[in-house]
Each structure stands twice: as structure tokens, then as C-alpha cells.
Design a protein. Sequence first.
Length: 182
Amino acid sequence: MQTVISAISTWLLPLLVAFILVTGYFHRIPVYQSFVTGAKGGFSTSVRLIPHLVAMMVAVSVFRDSGAMDFLVAGLHPVLHWLHIPAQVAPLGLLRPISSVGALALMTDIFHKYGPDSWLGQLASTMQAASDTTLYIITVYFGSIGIQNIRYALKVGLLSDLASVVGSLIAVVLLLGPMPHG
């Protein structure tokens, strides 16, 4: 069975490309010209997104480096305690919707301090995998097509990020038991 899965994963992309080329040929579509036209559109979209991405990176840097992250975690301590969310992973849950790289750096710090196989390391890994960079996604996708009214998407995205943090905690507690003390 493993050999079949390995063969499929090895040949899936080349077969997909071949399927696209053959389908384009039979439908008399200029595949290469279509690809080049799409690439030109992608390049202009990338150029339009640069200001949005720079603004997002500056905001993340200011949020982390100014101490606002630590201040926010301290202010949320009663809620975090009530939800049984360890203070060590709270910054990861707060930063993940904003910055994938920043959250990855926090997860790496947790790995170095507690170990990747520790309870906190397992929780950090689960939180990282269960959520996405909501603000980055909204910036890129909405910015690329000019949507400016983001309030409902932002609310739903941030609510799903909160649910992923709580769900990660529940999953780790169910699989590994409660957080060991000490």
C-alpha cells in the first residue's frame, strides 16, 4: 500500500500537467500563451499587493517589538486562566492570525525552552497547524481584488482563530492528558 501511495505522489503532478496539456490541445486552446497571459496578470497582482504586505509586516514588527504583545497577554491573563490556556502559548495564539513567520518563531522558542515533544511543544504544534494567518489572507486576497469592506470576514476569521486555539487545547488534553505541573 505504501508503494502505491509513493507512486501516486511521485507521478501526480506530471500527470496533472500532461492532462492539462492534452485537454488544451484537444480543445484547441493555446496553452503556452494562456500560461504567459496568466503569469503577466499574476505579476501585476503581486505589484499591487506590495504596499499591503509592507504595511502588514511593519504592523507586526511594531506589535511585537513595542511590547504590546506582552501587555496584551498580561491583560488577558484572567481570560487565559479561565480557558486553561497556558501563558507560554498565548502569544502564539495571538500572533498566528497576524504573522506566520512570527508565530513560527514563537513556536521555535517554545521548542527550545520546553522541547518539541513536551506537552507545551505538542500544544504549540497543534495550534500552529490548526489556524491560519487571517489578517495576511485578508490583506492578500481582499487587497488583490480591491475589497475594502472586510469587517465580516475579519470577525469570522478571528473567531475561527479563537476556536482553533481552544480546539487545539481540547485535542491535546484529550490525547495527552492535562498539562503536567512543574
